[in-house]
Design a binder for this molecule. Structure first.
Ligand code: HEC
Ligand code: HEC
Length: 334
């Protein structure tokens, strides 16, 4: 009660110094902080591996193929294209700010980024390699062995070190200083009245109950279709695949809304291309609310203030293969 009164007073008499201290404490969405890089050589190695197509069977697909850092860390496809043009089962989430999520994947089956990174390399529908083959490829390249020796103290390349370096690189992929964050930090002029109105709707109708924390999401698993079921032909069942509990059927990790204007199409099946439609679906299915056009436009305007500074990436130059490097198999059976 007392806290509420304080906010009301601060807002009422326009004490902006108090108001911004309050925003950081009272708002449920928190700012994204810039990455703190403690081991630049490891980050650099991880970046190479991120862009390394030889981690795939075809020699053509890298992490960046489906999480393109030129397009918000996603592929802007309903579901991804994998080895042999395989149709992926689910929409590719952005990797931007993914280190801030409670767990990785829509169903949270990987606890952290390192555990996650092992998945796609050996997934037959994605990079279709194996951990043994990926390690053989990297081990066959002397420049990589040298870099691993510098960073890990051993020139023996292991899958653990490969995925560790990728994870450490991914931790740098954060997007601070969005206009919304500047507002959170006290700059009243950072967002427009319309955007603020949208944020107020977002809070008052309850979107923020699920989309909160620095990522405006990524803090919990929630049912898709709380009030009304979600219609989809996508067979994914969400969190139940991990816990085996019926109560978790159709629960998905709440996706981040950071940079959401860049990461269309939306939802785990990638069925909606327009942010307006995604907001409308959320309001109806999660909250039982019918928003009018103006309210939807305002919420969309607010969501676009969550676009932050994109990581500036200098494309790494990868060391060449040697005579001993296993050759890529771009076509034919896996
Ligand atoms: C063929 C496309 C494809 C490739 C290649 C790929 N990914 Fe993904 N990635 C996906 C899809 C699809 C998902 C979601 C899968 C799921 O949730 O079941 C995903 C999920 C993720 C996530 C989880 C994000 C979150 O918020 O849950 C991270 C992190 C990630 N990938 C990193 C990587 C890394 C690192 C590589 C390279 C080693 C990689 N990906 C290669 C398609 C791809
Ligand atoms: C009960 C929790 C909950 C509430 C309330 C909620 N959401 Fe969501 N939101 C989710 C979940 C879970 C997903 C992922 C669903 C899926 O893909 O199957 C999601 C997905 C989204 C997406 C798509 C993001 C993407 O990258 O695919 C947007 C946009 C979104 N929500 C906005 C909103 C807005 C705006 C509101 C309020 C009108 C809202 N949400 C209310 C849980 C919630």
């Amino acid at each position: 009660m007392k806290k509420l009164l304080c906010i009301a007073v601060a807002a009422g008499i326009g004490l902006s110094a108090h108001a911004f201290a309050d925003r950081l404490q009272t708002e449920l969405i928190k700012p994204i902080e810039p990455a703190v890089i403690t081991d630049p050589e490891k980050v650099e190695l991880g970046k190479k591996l991120w862009f390394e197509p030889r981690l795939s069977m075809s020699g053509f697909i890298s992490c960046n193929s489906c999480h393109n850092l030129s397009t918000g860390g996603s592929d802007n496809l309903p579901t991804s294209i994998g080895h042999n043009w395989a149709e992926g089962p689910i929409n590719s989430p952005t990797v931007l700010n993914s280190s801030l999520n409670v767990a990785q994947f829509w169903d949270g089956r990987a606890a952290n980024l390192q555990e996650q990174a092992g998945g796609p390399i050996a997934n037959p529908l994605e990079m279709a390699s194996s951990h043994v083959l990926a390690v053989d490829v990297i081990n066959s390249i002397p420049q990589y062995r040298e870099e691993f020796a510098k960073v890990y103290g051993t020139s023996e390349v292991t899958i653990e070190n490969i995925t560790d370096a990728i994870a450490v690189f991914e931790e740098t992929l954060v997007t601070p200083n969005s206009r919304f964050d500047l507002w959170l930090k006290g700059d009243d002029d950072a967002i427009t009245e319309q955007e603020l109105a949208g944020y107020n709707t977002f809070k008052s109708i309850g979107c923020v109950a699920c989309h909160n924390g620095p990522n405006a999401g990524g803090t919990s698993f929630q049912r898709m279709g709380v009030v009304e079921p979600y219609q989809t032909t996508n067979p994914a069942e969400g969190r139940v695949a991990v816990t085996g509990k019926d109560a978790d059927r159709f629960n998905f990790k709440v996706p981040t809304l950071r940079n959401v204007e860049l990461t269309y199409p939306y939802f785990h099946d990638g069925a909606y291309w327009k942010l307006e439609d995604a907001v409308d679906v959320m309001a109806r299915l999660q909250l039982g609310r019918e928003l009018n056009e103006e309210e939807i436009d305002n919420v969309v305007a607010f969501l676009k203030t969550l676009t932050g500074e994109q990581p500036e990436i200098t494309l790494p130059i990868l060391p060449p293969s040697t005579n001993d490097t296993p050759r890529p198999q771009p076509f034919g059976a896996n």
